[in-house]
Ligand binder design. Structure first.
Ligand code: PAF
Length: 304
């Protein structure tokens, strides 16, 4: 495995460009390490879709505000490599901060309205850092396809929009959220939760489930659904809600009523091609951000 780990940007670019010349389709899975089954499922999807797969591991300083957990963010490279071993990826890219952002580095991607709401409101400089590093990683790995988790749904939408607006010849995929058997969405930050906080954090997936049931029962009034999710989360005394949003799944604009989307299917096919296995289009997305003590969790679900 050792020989497959590369930290040099130029060497990575040369290796992947060479594979491209052989006609290989290159898939990249950008991560910040602290890998778990959610990441591994994304890598498996990349392997199914591409001939040559690169996993990148880089805790990107530019997407953390000075008040956030950059220094504390878990760095578990050895364990990550162990987890990746059986998946047999082609290359693992572990660049240093100095090489990604050398002295004098001064170019950033400023994405538009999608980055201003929800996560963007709570973490104003976050997406500027994400789009900047993702664009760099796509270029360095010569990617034809890039794979993200639906867990960071807004990030997926923002990256897709960047790829479309910059005419990047890269397909942007979202892979399903992986949950523990009790419903908790896998996240590198779950390890910060105390056992009490972890138990209470189950309210997130319970709230999301309830929203699906309500819509199935014919409740399309967003206020009613949001109130119900809020009530479920508030049964957890440690939960501090940052937002509960029920939004259009493409624009992330908040809805008042969940529409019946059937008229719009054809125009949306291209977007959903990379995210949905079934031939059914979501009518809305529910997005949550909730703090438990010092840990901030996000979760979401698509509503049909
Ligand atoms: O989702 C993440 O882990 C990060 O935001 C990403 C996409 C790897 C960029 O640093």
């Amino acid at each position: 495995m050792e020989h497959r780990i590369i930290d040099d940007l130029g060497a990575m670019q040369q290796k992947t460009l060479a594979q491209k010349r052989f006609g290989k389709r290159i898939g990249v899975v950008p991560t910040m390490g602290a890998l778990h089954e959610g990441h591994l499922s994304i890598v498996r999807r990349a392997k199914a879709e591409c001939d040559f797969v690169v996993v990148t591991i880089f805790v990107n300083p530019v997407q953390f505000a000075p008040t956030e957990d950059f220094d504390k963010y878990p760095r578990t490279l050895e364990h990550d490599l162990e987890l990746l071993k059986p998946l047999n990826v082609d290359l693992i890219f572990t660049p240093t901060e100095k090489n990604m952002y050398p002295a004098g580095y001064d170019t950033f991607v400023e994405a538009g309205s999608l980055t201003k709401r929800l996560e963007g409101e709570c973490r104003p400089s976050h997406f500027r850092g994400v789009t900047t590093v993702v664009l760099k990683l796509l270029n360095i790995t010569s990617a034809d396809a890039a794979f993200f988790g639906q867990k960071d749904y807004q990030q997926y939408c923002v990256v897709r929009k960047m790829a479309a607006d910059f005419n990047l010849p890269v397909d942007i995929f979202a892979c399903p959220i992986i949950r523990e058997s009790d419903g908790l969405a896998l996240s590198s930050r779950n390890r910060y939760l105390s056992s009490e906080e972890r138990t209470q954090a189950l309210a997130l997936s319970q709230g999301l489930k309830r929203s699906q049931c309500m819509l199935e029962a014919g409740v399309a009034d967003v206020k009613k659904i949001r109130r119900e999710i809020q009530a479920i989360i508030e049964t957890s005394p440690l939960a501090e809600i940052e937002y509960i949003a029920i939004a259009d799944p493409l624009t992330l604009e908040e809805l008042t009523v969940i529409p019946n989307n059937s008229h719009n299917i054809a125009s949306q096919r291209h977007f959903w091609r990379y995210i949905l296995p079934e031939n059914q289009l979501p009518r809305a997305v529910v997005l949550l951000a909730v703090r438990f003590g010092k840990t901030r969790l996000i979760d979401n679900c698509l509503l049909y």
